[in-house]
Ligand binder design. Structure first.
Ligand code: UT7
Length: 353
């Protein structure tokens, strides 16, 4: 279990290689944001022509109006690279400054090599190592936590964290229960040492509950059911979801992890200045924020425009918060998500730019 005091106050360590003391960062902070939306727009009116659904039903049950989708031939790394370049440019940093690249995704270009390797090649970052992380809708939060550990430990100065998903590559556009939900996008942040006391990534509270493994998953294409004519015929390479079960778990668990994290710091919902939740369903978001007592105007919602982009929703919502003037330096920000696995997570950040 993570001990907040340890995380915050260990500011020096012993380097076993050089035998000398090395300076460890007290905290890690997000220093830049880049996002990418693909060019195609899929509206509820488009979906009405594809499956038996209605704009009214989709809006009422999910809050979604439009989603952005890739064009044929585009893959997750293409979007991830654009988002990464935007983040680096906004910070004025060269790709050579990167020490590590972590890509959170459930839709990598290929099962291997890791999408992180494809991003590294395109950016041309000779000193960076990296890997992909599979945390579904919590992927970005988990990757952010991993990056923060390396920065706080003092081993890395600049980590690129990307959440990117091409959900349209695994969605069955004849299944009305899932095809209305998802979109494609990528978001990237840079994580670096914090200079000022109290700014940056303060703490996290993450959980997994494997009991949820059978209610949101892609049945085939892995080692359990390798791709075959049979798996294709049975549509096993698409998202399968028991919507109501996921919904009920998400509403309960997203509140629980946020509450546990806030309690650990003696905080209440009203102390949160900006809530940036995973964007799966407007009703899940407002159920969580209302129960926590966070005023609606402090809750960032863009699921109406982009749908559920899995690992990309939180950086996309950070962009929305900045664009709408709702997020500024010094704000106490609560990030949270629940996703396939089940995975669940909450992260507390003192925003730093
Ligand atoms: O980010 C990863 C985690 N995923 C999520 O958080 C998603 C969680 N689940 C949800 O957001 C909701 O469960 C859905 C939006 C997927 C579904 O909403 P719901 O209110 O739970 O609907 P339901 O599945 O209980 O279905 C209600 C009715 C059913 O008809 P009957 O059986 O009552 O006649 C469905 O067949 O709505 C029907 N239905 C639709 N009707 C029109 C299901 N999908 C559609 C549709 N258009 N697209």
């Amino acid at each position: 279990m993570f001990i907040p005091g340890e995380y915050l106050w260990h500011n020096s360590g012993f380097d076993s290689i050089t035998g000398g003391l090395i300076a460890l960062a007290r905290q890690a902070k997000i220093t830049a944001l880049g996002t990418y939306l693909p060019p195609r727009i899929l509206t509820n009116a488009d979906l009405e022509k594809m499956v038996n659904t209605s704009d009214e039903w989709i809006l009422e049950r999910t809050g979604i109006s439009t989603r952005y989708l890739v064009t044929p031939g585009m893959a997750t790394s293409d979007m991830a690279i654009e988002a990464a370049r935007a983040a680096l440019a906004s910070r004025g940093l060269a790709a050579a400054e990167l020490d590590m690249i972590v890509v959170a995704s459930v839709t990598p270009d290929m099962l291997f090599p890791a999408t992180a390797c494809l991003v590294q090649r395109a950016l041309g970052s000779p000193h960076a190592w990296g890997f992909d992380l599979l945390g579904a809708c919590c992927g970005f939060l988990y990757a952010l936590t991993v990056a923060a550990q390396f920065v706080v430990a003092g081993s890395h100065k600049c980590v690129l964290v990307i959440g990117a998903d091409t959900m349209s590559s695994i969605v069955d556009y004849t299944d009305r229960a899932t095809c209305i939900l998802f979109g494609d996008a990528a978001g990237a942040v840079l994580v670096e040492p914090a200079e000022e006391d109290g700014e940056g990534i303060i703490d996290f509270y993450h959980e997994v509950d494997g009991a949820g493994a059978d209610v949101l998953y892609m049945p085939a294409g892995g080692s359990r059911r390798p791709a075959s004519e049979e798996t294709v015929r049975q549509k096993m390479h698409y998202v399968h979801q028991e919507g109501q079960q996921v919904f009920k778990f998400a509403v309960r668990k997203q509140y629980d992890v946020c509450k546990a994290l806030l309690d650990r710091h003696g905080l209440r919902g009203e102390d949160v200045q900006v809530m940036i939740p995973h964007q799966a369903n407007r009703r899940i978001i407002t159920a969580t924020s209302d129960r926590l007592g966070i005023p609606r105007e402090r809750v960032i919602i863009n699921v109406d425009r982009y749908g559920n982009t899995t690992a990309a929703t939180i950086p996309l919502a950070m962009r929305t918060a900045l664009e709408e003037g709702k997020l500024k330096k010094g704000d106490l920000v609560l990030l949270c998500a629940v996703g396939a696995g089940f995975t669940a997570g909450a992260t507390l950040v003192r925003w730093s730019f």
